[in-house]
Write a protein that binds this ligand. Structure first.
Ligand code: HXC
Length: 511
């Protein structure tokens, strides 16, 4: 018996060695952790249960039958816990055939995907891999197809998180692209469909991996990634924090954590947050941090379309999604990028039963040819669509401007929001006073005195929350300092909200 036990231990040690000491050293030299080290950091200490450690590839082409057969075949899979909650995980091992996906490697991943869906628990994929294993041809492509299909089946059922921690290509970017969130590590991770060498061959373009698909590109230009971190350790610790915000699935409801922050806490400084000059910006994040539990806010896509802020926070220990126009960037205007960013976030929250709190200070949609040619109509419609189809509790606070179509879009009463409050500083109108007067009193434009009088008349009538409140479009005009308390009470009242929709196979959101 001792011999058998020793043999098992030997096989385990061999499997844990992955591609060997030299390749592990190279991995560390690049500032990257190994697949197993990453899992250890992500999960609670000692909670990882590994599956399929001894799986090997079955390829015989291109001398693969003569070369090494490394147990595990380039991916470490299993499950464990994050702060006590079950999480499934697969972590690509770059030291084994560059983490590339073979038929058996794919079967390991699909087993974990199927289990995660069955157990209704989140799945985290850690990517550091060069796509389909070239030597396996269509067997690898088929394997990816199986992974992709399961990504889609799991979408909206369990949270799927992808962490990109090395050079990733082909299927190792397409599978993440179908998950809910993608996070990267600066300077060591890249995402591209085809790498710089192929780009050079096909288009004769010379580009570095960083400029083609580094974290900066994907968090500021393409919006493929939702955030980036300095190193593997920071990224994985932040993933633990994110998981704490997320429901395990689409049925369980939001997690509830103990909070020391009382719900009826008032913050007098909010009474002076809005500058006297309506054209002066202020930081909407100050409001978010002062309103949510313990100022704890996990921002999504912080460096992309920063004119809108999206992220997770808690009120009374329960997760909420925050969407907020940011007056500090482009005056908080809605453009195509901001609309798309917020629409995707709203849909995630709605799919997983996360209530949404929306802070509105928006001067309208951004005019111009660049926006129109870029499909502003379709992208703006995404956000309108996302809010209108949402059945989760929706609480909206207008702090200052709510102009034009953007008023409707930003979780107005008309698109289905449940509780709509405005600060006394709110201005709800078709447009700002200057623009309005120049259109409806065009004949008076040559007379500055008349124009000034007309502008004052317009401001007195429309640049307040009361016209909307008189119609019941705003449920109450609230004191800024009591915002947290009013939101907490609204969310408590809405906790068991039920909204019916007629049956359909699925909607047809303008993609
Ligand atoms: C088999 C691979 C591999 C692959 C890398 N390796 N990619 N083996 N199949 N796809 C192996 C290398 O041979 C090498 O083995 C080791 O992994 C490390 O690779 P390097 O090239 O030395 O590393 P690096 O310079 O860091 O470059 C990493 C890389 C590059 C950018 C990922 O390897 C690369 O471009 N690989 C090919 C990417 C690709 O085109 N994949 C197919 C995509 S098609 P040794 O033995 O030397 O350590 C696809 C289809 C899916 O995925 C469908 C999508 C819709």
């Amino acid at each position: 018996m001792r011999d058998i036990i020793d043999k098992l231990e030997e096989r385990r040690v061999q499997a844990r060695c992955g591609g060997g000491e030299q390749r592990i050293a190279a991995q560390h030299k690049r500032g990257k952790l190994t697949a197993r080290e990453r899992i250890e950091l992500l999960l609670d200490a000692g909670s990882f249960e590994e599956f399929d450690m001894f799986v090997q590839h079955r390829c015989t082409d291109f001398g693969m039958d003569k070369g090494d057969k490394i147990p595990g075949d380039g991916v470490v899979t299993g499950w464990g816990t994050v702060n006590g909650r079950t999480v499934f995980v697969f972590s690509k091992d770059f030291t084994v055939f560059g983490g590339s996906l073979s038929e058996t490697h794919a079967q390991k991943i699909t087993k974990i995907q199927d289990m995660a869906v069955k157990m209704r628990a989140p799945i985290v994929g850690i990517f550091d891999a060069g796509g389909a294993r070239i030597q396996e041809g269509v067997a690898a492509l088929g394997g990816y197809g199986e992974v992709f299909r399961r990504n889609v089946i799991a979408s909206g059922v369990i949270p799927q998180i992808s962490v990109i921690m090395g050079p990733c290509a082909g299927g190792d970017v397409y599978s993440p692209a179908m998950t809910d969130f993608i996070f990267m590590v600066r300077d060591t991770s890249y995402m591209f469909v085809t790498g710089p060498d192929v780009v050079k061959t096909v288009t004769n373009e010379t580009v570095t991996a960083e400029d083609l698909g580094g974290a900066r590109v994907h968090t500021t230009k393409s919006s493929v990634a939702d955030g980036a971190y300095e190193n593997d350790v920071e990224a994985l610790l932040q993933m633990r924090r994110l998981i704490d915000f997320l429901p395990a699935n689409n049925l369980d409801g939001v997690p509830e954590w103990p909070s020391h922050d009382v719900p009826n806490r008032v913050d007098m400084s909010l009474d002076t947050l809005i500058p006297d000059n309506p054209n002066k910006p202020y930081d909407i994040k100050e409001l978010i941090l002062k309103v949510v539990d313990e100022g704890d806010f996990f921002e999504i896509q912080a460096t992309y379309a920063a004119n809108i802020v999206t992220g997770f926070a808690r009120v009374e220990g329960r997760t909420v999604g925050i969407v907020a126009n940011q007056p500090m960037v482009l005056a908080g205007v809605l453009d195509a990028d901001a609309s798309r960013k917020a629409a995707r976030f709203v849909r995630f929250c709605d799919a997983f039963g996360i209530p949404i709190v929306t802070f509105v200070d928006v001067p309208g949609f951004l005019p111009g040819t660049a926006q129109e040619y870029g499909g502003l109509i379709k992208h703006g419609a995404k956000l309108l669509f996302a809010y209108s189809e949402a059945t989760v509790p929706l609480v909206t606070i207008i702090t200052r401007k709510a102009f034009g179509g953007a008023y409707d879009v930003m979780a107005s009463k008309h698109t289905g929001a449940d509780v709509n409050y405005a600060w006394p500083s709110a201005q709800i109108a078709v447009m700002g006073a200057k623009g309005a007067v120049e259109i409806i009193f065009r004949a008076d434009l040559g007379d500055p005195e008349k124009i000034a009088a007309r502008t004052k008349e317009y401001e007195d009538r429309f640049m307040s929350p009361f016209v909307a409140a008189e119609r019941g479009y705003i449920d109450d005009v609230i004191m800024p300092h009591s915002t947290r308390k009013r939101i907490a009470r609204a969310l408590a009242m809405l906790r068991h909200k039920e909204a019916e929709r007629p049956w359909r196979k699925h909607d047809n959101i303008p993609l």
